[in-house]
Design a protein around this ligand. Structure first.
Ligand SMILES: [Zn+2]
Ligand SMILES: [Zn+2]
Length: 238
């Protein structure tokens, strides 16, 4: 009897259950809404990877010089990479995850970030998601970035710390603010727990990089709390 409920059988059972649920309620593609998978092959082909003349640090396109505006402005121990440009259909997927907790979609995004991570040669020992403020987390019920970070950490067998970094205050939406206003808006908004991050090399995950103000402030809070290095990874880059 005991053998019937071994982990292996549970694994098969949850696999079977998922297949059955997918048959009855097929998932819809987060990019184009077609039935079948959380992310279809068509949408996958339409992802725009960074290419052309690029920043020597983050690999994103630039017009002139060696570094993009973000890398030029960031301290040496903060590095950044993004999976792709924030255009459709990728932007639809990022928005969808923001409004609906969908672990299968988050797993897909995590696999994209794992492929980026493998290309960088970074050596991190833990993963931290950019946090939401407590009020926002209670309203939404989940942090979409934590869904991605959980799957990412699991795949790379890295520690995941969801309480090492705290958003001290609710910041207003960054939409419509210029880069200086964005910086002021998030300055001092994050606090890191030095008991957790001391000496660690951290992958900091967010869904979208726009001006970089949020990531920069998170990374600085982590470095000030004793982190050795901060590697920022985002799904989209605006
Ligand atoms: Zn699609
Ligand atoms: Zn750059």
């Amino acid at each position: 009897m005991k053998r019937l409920i071994s982990h292996q059988n549970l694994g098969w059972f949850s696999y079977w259950l998922k297949q059955t649920i997918d048959l009855i309620f097929p998932p819809r593609c987060a990019g184009c809404n077609v039935n079948g998978k959380v992310w279809c092959d068509d949408c996958n082909d339409r992802i725009i990877p960074p290419k052309g003349r690029s920043c020597s640090a983050c690999g994103f396109p630039i017009e002139k010089g060696k570094l993009c505006l973000i890398c030029e402005d960031w301290p040496n121990r903060i590095h950044v990479r993004s999976f792709a440009h924030y255009n459709k259909p990728l932007s639809s997927a990022i928005l969808k995850l923001k409004y609906r907790s969908d672990q299968a979609l988050a797993d897909e995004m995590a696999s994209w970030l794992v492929s980026v991570y493998h290309r960088t040669g970074w050596m991190a020992d833990c993963v931290i998601p950019v946090p939401l403020a407590d009020v926002r987390l209670r309203q939404r019920g989940y942090n979409q970035v934590t869904l991605i970070a959980t799957s990412f950490a699991k795949e790379l067998k890295l520690h995941l710390f969801t309480n090492a970094l705290e958003r001290m205050r609710e910041t207003r939406s960054q939409v419509g603010l210029d880069s200086q206003e964005r910086q002021v808006n998030v300055e001092g908004a994050f606090r890191a727990d030095s008991r957790i991050v001391q000496g660690r090399s951290i992958v900091l995950i967010d869904d979208l990089l726009t001006s970089g103000a949020t990531l920069k402030n998170c990374a600085i809070a982590l470095l000030n709390a004793g982190a050795a290095q901060v590697f920022c990874l985002t799904v989209g880059r605006a």
